[in-house]
Design a protein around this ligand. Structure first.
Ligand SMILES: [Zn+2]
Length: 49
């Protein structure tokens, strides 16, 4: 199932599955926001796209 996360900074992240959306959220949060995100947190933010 494709999932999407709309970040508070306006960026939309899309992943083909849980692993992919977690990777993208983790990378984005680390690179742009200097935050560490757990898999649970990333998946909690994800919505069906
Ligand atoms: Zn962001």
């Amino acid at each position: 199932m494709v999932k999407k996360v709309d970040c508070e900074c306006g960026v939309s992240l899309v992943g083909e599955n849980d692993d992919e959306i977690f990777d993208k959220v983790k990378e984005h949060a680390g690179a742009v926001h200097g935050m560490e995100v757990t898999r649970e947190q990333a998946l909690a933010m994800a919505k069906p796209a």
